[in-house]
Design a protein around this ligand. Sequence first.
Ligand SMILES: [Zn+2]
Ligand SMILES: [Zn+2]
Length: 172
Amino acid sequence: MELDLAHVEERESFLFDERFELLSVEGSTMQCQASVTVDVTRAGSRYLLRAAIDCSIRAECGKCLEPFDLRIETGFDLVFQGGENVEIPEGLEEDDFIVLGQENAYCYDIFPRSREAVVLDLPIGYLCSEDCSGICPGCGENLNKADCTCNKTKSDPRWSPLKKLLNEQDDK
Ligand SMILES: [Zn+2]
Ligand SMILES: [Zn+2]
């Protein structure tokens, strides 16, 4: 995701597609597919960069354990400045201000920043949908796909005479 600023005249857009992996909270590997649109506006020796990230992550639902695509839309801004003895403009974080010099020669890899932005935007728990029914603690059935018999057993009317008998015995 190498960005070459040397040829930017006034405005330029770059589009990157990148596949990478992230670790989930549980330590499993998640496949990520990110599209990063980078808009660069140049004002003299200063370049303003705005990156918009659309990332799809193959995650596992915390309730039903089924894999699903978690969508993350995020982004970040950076300011690049060419020249020597450049000071950070007021109101800007050091991390968001990059001095272009001999070393990076107007090339900048936006992958680490893009990845970081996705990580920062990850929710704490991932659910396939807000009303995911999860799995039955009794039989392990995915309740989004099928009803299990565990809950039905509890309210099965055929059991009530037996329960009554048991209760009567307790009373004696
Ligand atoms: Zn789920
Ligand atoms: Zn069940």
